[in-house]
Write a protein that binds this ligand. Structure first.
Ligand SMILES: Cc1cc2nc3c(=O)[nH]c(=O)nc-3n(C[C@H](O)[C@H](O)[C@H](O)COP(=O)(O)O)c2cc1C
Ligand code: SF4
Ligand code: SF4
Length: 328
């Protein structure tokens, strides 16, 4: 690999860049910036299809983890890394050509933990950035990410969303089995399309086609998000409790991504001093369906987690670093 000194850059002549463009000769090379082509020529970045990709994910009920895992299988040289504890695990300055961010939508936008993660991650100037929300959402979420990344002179190159099952129990019932299966059936094709775009280094930054139809939603979104974030979702983190059906199994303590739950005398207690990540892993994975949220209808609502994701795999986000095994 040639070190990217000024001399090295100077040595990369126009004809070298032209040859790269000629060699690629297709849209994925055309959409790369001149700076990226220089870096590719200097050996800092693999040619399309040969990139080292790191996929950061955050997932409470497994939808985003499922997408991340399935996408990794479709992307050459991709590894997974959880956003939770990434700083503690020393994963904040990735040596990757492409970075992916996969996450749920919380309160119409980025989960708080994802916003905090993006503020701290160090992104290489030439890296290709893509994001996948595990829920249909507006391109304004991408704009929110751009605002954070602009501090490093970067923006999301391609933004996608995949409509996965509902998990926000305080307001909504979970999807019926049929509805969840319908969404799941559409996932492989959606991931094939996302992987093709990412492998080609394409830029996909379309505006949300529903902007006009959902005028009111977009007009109110900033205010709703401001209130939700300011009040930490209306003090939601202090409204969890376990009812009498709790059997003291301790799973909620093990799975809690924030380390907020402690089992005392066979019953969980939510530590008020620890900030919740609002992942909802505790409430959806509790085998007794014993966890409820005060002043909401959680006692009569169902529970959901992705059928191919286990509680142990969700909990593993807390301690794993980067997963290098291609098929792990
Ligand atoms: C706290 C919270 C807030 C949510 N807010 C929204 C929302 O505003 N819009 C939406 O479409 N889905 C919302 N959802 C649903 C999730 O985005 C969706 O089910 C996602 O696929 C869950 O991903 P995960 O299993 O990886 O956590 C919310 C879920 C939670 C837990
Ligand atoms: S997971 Fe459910 S049943 Fe198990 S200790 Fe927690 S609340 Fe009780
Ligand atoms: S308390 Fe529940 S929702 Fe909050 S971080 Fe822990 S597992 Fe997630």
């Amino acid at each position: 690999m040639i070190p990217l000194t000024e001399e090295a850059v100077a040595a990369i002549t126009k004809s070298c860049i032209d040859r790269l463009i000629e060699k690629g000769g297709d849209r994925h090379v055309r959409c790369r910036s001149r700076e990226e082509l220089i870096l590719m020529a200097a050996g800092r970045r693999g040619a399309p299809g040969e990139m080292k990709t790191r996929i950061y994910y955050f997932s409470g009920t497994g939808n985003s983890l499922h997408i991340a895992r399935e996408l990794r299988k479709r992307l050459k040289g991709a590894v997974l890394a959880p956003m939770v504890n990434a700083e503690k695990n020393g994963n904040m300055a990735p040596e990757a050509d492409a970075l992916g961010f996969i996450f749920p939508i919380h309160c119409l936008g980025l989960p708080i933990v994802v916003g905090e993660f993006l503020k701290k991650i160090s992104v290489r100037p030439a890296s290709y950035l893509f994001a996948v929300a595990s829920r249909e959402c507006s391109s304004r979420v991408r704009d929110d990410m751009d605002r954070i990344l602009s501090r490093q002179g970067k923006k999301i190159d391609s933004f996608f969303s995949v409509n996965m099952p509902e998990t926000y129990l305080p307001m909504f019932e979970v999807d019926s089995a049929d509805e969840a299966a319908r969404k799941e059936a559409a996932v492989p094709a959606a991931l094939d399309s996302i992987a093709a775009a990412v492998n080609a280094g394409e830029t996909r930054r379309e505006a949300d086609p529903r902007e006009l139809a959902m005028y009111l939603y977009y007009a109110l979104r900033p205010a709703i998000m401001f209130i939700c974030n300011k009040t930490r979702y209306f003090n939601l983190e202090n409204k969890f409790f376990a009812d009498d059906t709790c059997n003291g199994c301790g799973l909620c303590e093990k799975i809690c991504l924030a380390g907020k739950i402690e089992i005392n005398a066979d019953r969980p207690a939510w530590n008020r001093r620890t900030k919740c990540l609002f992942c909802f892993a505790c409430i959806h994975f509790c085998p007794a369906r014993a966890i409820q949220i005060r002043h909401s209808k959680t006692t009569v609502r169902g529970r959901y987690h992705h059928p191919l994701v286990s509680a142990a795999e969700i909990a593993a986000q807390k301690r794993t670093g980067v997963s290098l095994e291609p098929d792990a």
